[in-house]
Design a protein around this ligand. Structure first.
Ligand SMILES: CC(C)(COP(=O)(O)OP(=O)(O)OC[C@H]1O[C@@H](n2cnc3c(N)ncnc32)[C@H](O)[C@@H]1OP(=O)(O)O)[C@@H](O)C(=O)NCCC(=O)NCCS
Length: 367
């Protein structure tokens, strides 16, 4: 059975930064309160022309470059997002088109902030089964579009950004070692985007009542997160026959500094084994784990051979953890020029559209 290694990684955040002081001019809050309750100092907010697919593609190109893979080498793209570009088509398909990953099947996976862990596990299982060789997992968010900027209990928490991993099959032992996935739909109401779906389609009233914004029972979510994080990490470690002593790094979902502290206490691990960057990005939902990972690599913290636990929680409710032996890029890579591939992808996409228009003219179909 092949092993599933993480061989490429990339991140992309929009340039504009919204600080706590900026927020204090928009709602009744202040830097001291936000930092004390959450650890967040600032977050990045997408410009009007930035979307989950554009941020996701930027992160994906970097990940492919690290892995030395061409987009056409990809067999599978899983995109996970709490703020997808459309209901349908899947954001994964937009990413597939913009990359020119013409051989990849692409779909979205929705598990809110736990999405990246679930998606990594699905990609790893596909590789382990032997059915595919190369997968791209993207977590990408512009949750700022779904924030009520008058609600101080939610708008202070979230930020925009994207992260991507390439997973590849290899005979070398290592890579993804174990995973656990959990859900409890009885807690669905505690964190949701109530309207726009089949239960509450968009109407003037839903817009008027602010039902297209993120709604959250902060205390309930806090209690849930502190209950499940450490436990899920233990479960994943047990399956891999590891203990916390074998682990060099824990990379948790970056929602709140105090939640991470409580997981550290539960696991009886020092906080300096946790990768934490929530202060600069806020909660970027599905993107927070890959963004934290990329930064840990760039700082020289996470190195080949390290054993790591990824652990997350989110709406659904969902939670899960995954252990991996960090490998880095595989030796047999191929040079890639991402910008060239991007240009080629644009030409291909344009070509397909022109063919559809010509077919429409010839066969009298609407294009
Ligand atoms: C949101 C959260 C930071 C709020 O912290 P808290 O300690 O639970 O605060 P509370 O909601 O009890 O509010 C305490 C007081 O602060 C006020 N408050 C809320 N938001 C505020 C803000 N941004 N600035 C200043 N005061 C604020 C409340 O109105 C309340 O005032 P009151 O006592 O006069 O009624 C915390 O509950 C949390 O982090 N929850 C988890 C959220 C999360 O991670 N979600 C994503 C999951 S993926």
């Amino acid at each position: 059975m092949p092993y599933a290694h993480i061989t490429g990684w990339g991140m992309s955040v929009p340039e504009p930064v919204l600080t706590n002081d900026d927020l204090s001019k928009m709602v009744d809050t202040n830097d001291e309160w936000i930092r004390a309750r959450t650890g967040i100092r600032e977050r990045h907010i997408a410009r009007d022309n930035e979307f989950p697919s554009t941020l996701g593609v930027n992160a994906a190109i970097k990940a492919l470059q690290v892995a030395n893979l061409r987009p056409t080498d990809l067999d599978l793209i899983i995109c996970t997002s709490s703020s997808p570009e459309y209901f349908f088509p899947a954001t994964a398909c937009l990413i597939q088109d913009q990359l020119g990953a013409s051989k990849a099947g692409a779909f979205d996976l929705l598990a809110a902030c736990t999405g990246f862990i679930f998606a990594m596990n699905m990609a790893a299982q596909s590789i382990r089964s032997g059915s595919i060789k190369n997968a791209l997992v993207v977590g990408t968010e512009t949750l700022s579009r779904f924030m009520n900027w008058k609600d101080r209990s939610t708008c202070i928490l979230f930020g925009d950004g994207a992260g991507a991993f390439v997973l590849q099959a290899s005979d070398q032992p290592g890579g993804i070692l174990s995973a656990v996935m959990h859900s409890d739909g009885s807690g669905a109401d505690s964190l949701s985007l109530p309207a726009g779906g089949a239960r509450l389609p968009a109407t003037e009233a839903t817009v008027h009542d602010g039902k297209h914004f993120v709604h959250m029972d902060g205390k309930e979510v806090y209690r849930f997160a502190t209950r499940v994080m450490g436990h899920a990490a233990h479960e994943a470690l047990d399956i891999a026959n590891l203990t916390t002593d074998d682990i060099q790094w824990i990379i948790p979902h970056q929602a709140n500094y105090r939640i991470i502290e409580s997981a550290a206490r539960y696991l009886k691990m020092p906080l300096d084994k946790f990768v934490i960057n929530v202060e600069r990005y806020g909660n970027t939902s599905t993107a927070s784990i890959p963004i934290a990972t990329v930064e840990a690599i760039e700082k020289g913290q996470l190195k080949a051979g390290d054993k790591v636990v990824f652990v997350g929680f989110g709406a659904g409710l969902t939670w899960g953890a995954l252990t991996a032996e960090w490998s880095g890029p595989l030796p047999a890579g191929r040079a890639v020029h991402p910008e060239q591939y991007r240009r080629l992808a644009r030409v291909r996409s344009l070509y397909r559209r022109i063919v559809r228009i010509i077919e429409g003219i010839i066969f009298g179909r609407e294009s």
